[in-house]
Write a protein that binds this ligand. Structure first.
Ligand code: SRM
Ligand code: SF4
Length: 573
């Protein structure tokens, strides 16, 4: 007997291509929430229902419904955002959301704290600036990432264009988004009734079994963390020309504490494909996952588990057969790091780019550092664009030589230049959102990491490592939104104030970390890391990275495959 489908499958199938009763839910003045089933469907439209977790118990005590509000996530292929678009988002954030903009780990932005009554105006406002939120979340292909490299402007533009094309190709085709948010015309009755099977030629009416993520990257920088993606395209550049892509499949970060059948996994190299074949190959990967992904258990539904269940050889056969593309052997490449290059860079056409460190992606004004106002002031005078990076940062891009001094003075005026003053440890840090908005958070993350870093910076300085870069990432739960399992130091929330500590990930994001301490609080985190920083300073080899050092000295074992992540523990699925 076929296993029972998960409840989300029922909701998708009955949704008439993502309509559900969203319009009715939005119009209901009695509650700040959506109807239950609609909370699943709204994700496909780029918005999550949340409630303020800081207020949860007090609201309960007062017998009030939770303080509901919505998070809105945009879809911004390659993170490119014109300055006009930025100003539009800035305005919506101030007027209809919580007054801040949150840059994400997938080159996009989120707004938090949008009341249901303001949701439609906010989403319509984002669309008015030629951006959308469709498929920013949900069981579909999400925001396609592309590197924020600046030096090679032509290669960047080409790869960026491919990311955009693929994003378009894999976008849902349903008219529901336009109908609900943009008062678009209702289409033919059979589309509205959800009985027309041609509406979603790639996805069908139940879309994918789970979320799906794609990134492009140009070695030697692995800034889009290609091995964490369901599908990755590694650019092979020879003689200054883009020759094609090595394709990776089956990366992913999410897992659940105590459930060894769930694990983070690095993508496998599937083969090399010429540029012209990339859409066909991508579609074949997506449709194989559509047809074989596990629709009964959402914790086992990502592509990584489909590949581990059937084997990579089987998967390659499916892709070759469906795409008609015979994948060649992967071409040589090497990565050196997975962070962003900060500060000023000049590209090969002479234009300037400035990459700014945004701690944990939070754009707001705070004391002397008026980041939100500063970026708005820069957007008002800058005729290039902003590029949101895959590491929660922002680049002011495409600045003419003549405009450079003006941007530099605005950075100073608003107190936002910090790439020279922050330590390399901090510049290589990321934390997910977690409290108070994330419904899945078990521990603090964005609000906690900056303070912890103050103490770790002191420990690094004490060990004589103040100028060393180590990647450190924190999440409030094991879902892995800041990709902690491929950092050299990963801290993953276990409960209020406690974290699992993972060590030994690679500086270039191509090896997983290994569990070193479980459920520890700040005093032990500091004690353990202080001791290891001391040993690293004393015993490291020339240019040996922290993660590699911990493996050579057997502090932790090297974890190169998802199935090895839990060590000797049994895989029960
Ligand atoms: Fe994530 C769920 C925030 C990137 C793995 N993620 C969530 C939700 C929507 C919580 C929820 O389901 O209720 C979080 C909203 C918090 C809030 O209040 O805003 C959330 N994820 C984020 C962001 C904003 C983190 C950040 O600090 O930047 C990132 C938005 C990216 C974007 O613009 O699209 C974000 N999430 C990621 C990544 C990193 C990546 O994509 O490279 C991952 C790991 C990679 C992966 O998918 O395997 C990630 N998020 C998850 C998971 C675990 C999925 C799994 O396979 O198990 C969940 C939970 C789920 O899907 O059930 C989740
Ligand atoms: Fe929320 Fe967990 Fe993602 Fe952090 S890692 S944003 S706590 S789902």
């Amino acid at each position: 007997m076929a296993p029972q489908l998960s409840d989300v499958e029922r909701i998708k199938a009955a949704s008439r291509h993502l309509r559900g009763t969203l319009s009715e839910s939005l119009a209901n003045p009695v509650t700040g929430a959506l109807a239950d089933d609609d909370t699943q469907l709204s994700k496909f439209h780029g918005t999550y229902q949340q409630d303020d977790r800081d207020l949860r118990s007090e609201r309960k005590r007062q017998r009030l419904e939770p303080a509901y509000s919505f998070m809105i996530r945009a879809r911004l292929p390659g993170g490119i955002c014109s300055t006009a678009q930025w100003l539009n988002v800035d305005g919506i954030a101030r007027e209809l959301a919580n007054g801040s903009i949150r840059l994400t780990t997938r080159q996009s932005f989120q707004l938090h704290g949008v009341l249901k009554s303001n949701l439609k105006a906010s989403i319509a406002g984002i669309n008015s600036a030629m951006m959308d939120t469709l498929a920013a979340c949900g069981d579909v292909n999400r925001n396609v990432m592309a590197p924020t490299i600046h030096e090679l402007s032509r290669i960047h533009a080409e790869v960026q264009e491919h990311a955009k094309q693929l994003s378009e190709h894999l976008a849902p085709r349903t008219n529901a988004y336009h109908e609900i948010w943009l008062d678009g015309e209702k289409l033919a009755p059979e589309q509205e009734a959800g009985t027309d099977d041609s509406v979603e030629p790639i996805y069908g009416k139940t879309y994918l079994p789970r979320k799906f993520k794609i990134a492009f990257v140009v070695p030697p920088q692995n800034d889009t963390d290609i091995y964490a993606q369901d599908l990755g395209f590694i650019a092979i550049v020879k003689g200054g020309l883009l020759r094609g892509y090595n394709v990776t499949v089956g990366g992913g970060m999410g897992m659940s504490h105590g459930e060894t059948a769930t694990y983070p996994r690095l993508g496998d190299l599937l083969g090399f494909c010429p540029v012209d074949d990339l859409i066909a190959v991508a579609q074949a990967v997506v449709t194989t996952q559509r047809d074989f992904g596990d629709r009964s258990n959402r914790k086992h539904a990502r592509l990584k588990y489909t590949i581990d269940a059937h084997g990579i050889a089987w998967f390659r056969e499916q892709v070759v057969e469906r795409s008609g593309v015979s994948l060649l052997a992967p071409q040589k490449f090497a990565f050196v790091g997975n962070g962003d290059a900060y500060g000023w860079q000049r590209d090969d056409t002479g234009r300037w780019h400035y990459t700014l460190f945004v701690q944990n992606g939070r754009v707001s004004d705070s004391g002397e550092r008026r980041l939100m106002s500063g970026l708005a002031a820069i957007a008002a005078v800058h005729d290039g664009e902003f590029r949101l990076t895959p590491n929660q940062n922002i680049a002011i891009s495409n600045i003419a030589e003549s405009g450079r001094a003006r941007i530099a003075s605005l950075l100073e005026e608003f107190g936002i230049e910090n790439t020279l003053t922050a330590t390399p440890l901090r510049l290589h840090s990321m934390a997910c959102v977690a409290f108070p908005t994330c419904g899945l958070a078990m521990a603090e993350s964005e609000r906690y990491l900056p303070g912890l870093l103050d103490k770790l910076d002191a420990a690094m300085a004490h060990a004589g490592l103040g100028e060393e870069a180590i990647t450190i990432r924190m999440t409030g739960c094991p879902n892995g939104c800041a990709r902690p399992y491929i950092a050299e130091i990963g801290l993953v929330g276990k409960g209020p104030g406690t974290y699992n500590l993972y060590l030994g990930g690679a500086f270039a994001g191509d090896r997983l970390g290994c569990l070193y301490r479980e459920n520890i609080a700040e005093p032990e985190i500091l004690e353990v890391l202080q001791a290891l920083f001391g040993r690293y300073a004393a015993e490291r080899l020339d240019s040996e990275r922290f993660g590699a050092f911990l493996i050579r000295t057997s502090v932790v074992r090297a974890v190169n495959a998802g199935k090895e992540f839990h060590g000797e523990e049994k895989h029960d699925g």
